[in-house]
Write a protein that binds this ligand. Structure first.
Ligand code: DMJ
Length: 450
């Protein structure tokens, strides 16, 4: 599947950001500020891990010869960090090849002006040429987004470590300081924060879109520090406790889900994005006190089961973008606009963690169901495509092979069927785009081992 996805991208869209598999051309989009080759950089480490040697060399050659960082355009700080910096760093650590390190550091420098705000909380959009930055037009009152400024920590610590320049680490440690200072309603972290005042702008809380990877990076910061960053662990433990108290619910049919919170009112909906949380909670459970460990493993299993149900209840056996628990609905989309599936990874991500941490064979069976469904409904003549409606077996394709399909979905599926020592969870943490970064064992050296 990876070879098919890559070969078609290479044939029809090499150097563009993503492949349009129906029209057989490339897509550039407006998230990466003039940067190109998002699929190349996102796919590098997956090709390497899967030992697709020839394809990896093709991707590496593109990075060496054609990856131009002197661009001028509006980029998402978050997306550039998780896909490009994450992809380059991971590939550097896996291969030890300098080109990936130097590109990551050069690009990292270009992101720094986004932090020039009164609080040091970065704005979401940056012009990679001029360094001008601003907030998303859709974010209320010029706010910055929790999942965006809260998902820089892992990569920025590595940028400091590799460059010897503390500035990257200082920027993200300052974000943490601001977050520790601000009052949290019921212990929860709302999704919108003003980079000017450092106060919350709106009380919307979600473990799905806008909030998700902030929580993920707390527990992973602790793990990546070889369990030394106890502040991150405390923040994660406290946040999870508040989430469990206020947002975790059980449906009439017995399915556990995580609702969203709008100023104290619950919205009984879970986005596909929120399905990463089964894996996160399982990963954290390993390191909870003996009394909490089984509790969190059970919670993680229940959430992963609910996400599996959202797949199992569809005609394609792929899950919708969001599913609800109200008016007699259980784990199904109720709105036409939420029925699509864009090759997202979060559900297989949780299967991978649950498999590694419990070895219950059902997670491999569920992963295999996804493989079959992708082959049946998303594979088209020239690549894989998202679909517009998971509830029909004659779905319309959206003509987009997302770069995260190669970075995450296929990587997590592969790891689900590998031995546990391939990218062992003891030695690596995955950034939110599934790019593996090494745990900071004092004796760790960049090398071709995993
Ligand atoms: C990915 O780019 C990352 O996983 C991100 O954290 C959230 N969404 C997409 C995939 O769905």
């Amino acid at each position: 599947m990876m070879k098919f996805a890559w070969d078609n991208y290479k044939q029809y869209a090499l150097g563009k950001n993503e492949l349009r598999p129906l029209t057989k051309n490339g897509h550039i989009g407006n998230m990466f500020g003039g940067l190109r080759g998002a699929t190349v950089v996102d796919a590098l480490d997956t090709l390497y891990i899967m030992e697709l040697e020839e394809e990896f060399q093709e991707a590496k050659k593109w990075v060496e010869k054609s990856f131009d960082l002197n661009v001028n355009g509006e980029a998402s700080l978050f997306e550039v960090n998780i896909r490009y910096i994450g992809g380059l760093l991971a590939t550097y650590y896996l291969t030890g090849e300098e080109v990936f390190k130097s590109k990551a550091l050069e690009l990292g420098e270009k992101l720094l002006p986004a932090f020039n705000t009164p609080t040091g909380i970065p704005r979401g959009v940056i012009n990679l040429g001029s360094g001008m930055s601003w907030s998303w037009g859709w974010a209320s009152a010029g706010s910055s987004i929790l999942a965006e400024f809260g998902t820089l920590h892992l990569e920025f610590l590595h940028l400091s470590e590799l460059s010897g320049n503390p500035v990257f680490a200082e920027k993200v440690m300052n974000i943490r300081k601001v977050l520790n200072r601000v009052e949290k309603p019921q212990g929860l972290y709302p999704n919108f924060l003003s980079p000017v005042t450092g106060n919350w702008v709106q009380h919307h809380v979600s473990i799905g879109g806008l909030g998700d990877s902030f929580y993920e990076y707390l527990i992973k910061s602790w793990l990546m520090s070889d369990k030394k960053d106890s502040e991150a662990k405390r923040m994660y433990d406290d946040a999870l406790e508040a989430i469990e108290k206020h947002l975790v619910k059980k449906s009439a049919g017995g399915l556990t889900y995580i609702a969203e919170w709008r100023g104290g009112i619950l919205d009984h909906k879970m986005g596909h994005l929120a399905c990463f949380s089964g894996g996160m909670i399982a990963l954290g459970a390993e390191h909870a006190g003996e009394d909490r460990k089984q509790h969190y493993l059970d919670l993680a299993g229940e959430i992963t089961n609910t996400c599996h149900e959202s797949y199992a209840r569809s005609d394609t056996k792929l899950g919708p973008e969001a599913f609800r628990f109200d008016a007699g609905t259980e784990a199904m989309a109720t709105r036409l606009s939420e029925r699509y599936y864009i090759l997202r990874p979060e559900v297989v991500e949780s299967y991978m963690y649950m498999w590694r941490l419990t070895h219950n064979p059902k997670y491999r069976q569920w992963g295999w169901e996804v493989v079959k469904a992708l082959e049946k409904h998303c594979r088209v003549e020239a690549g894989f495509s998202g679909i517009r409606d998971v509830y029909t077996t004659t779905p319309t394709h959206d003509n987009m092979q997302q770069s995260f399909f190669l970075a995450e979905t296929l990587k997590y599926l592969y790891l689900l069927f590998c031995e546990d020592d391939v990218l062992s969870l003891d030695d690596w943490v995955f950034n939110t785009e599934a790019h593996p970064l090494p745990v900071n064992h004092t004796n760790f050296k960049a090398s071709a081992r995993w």
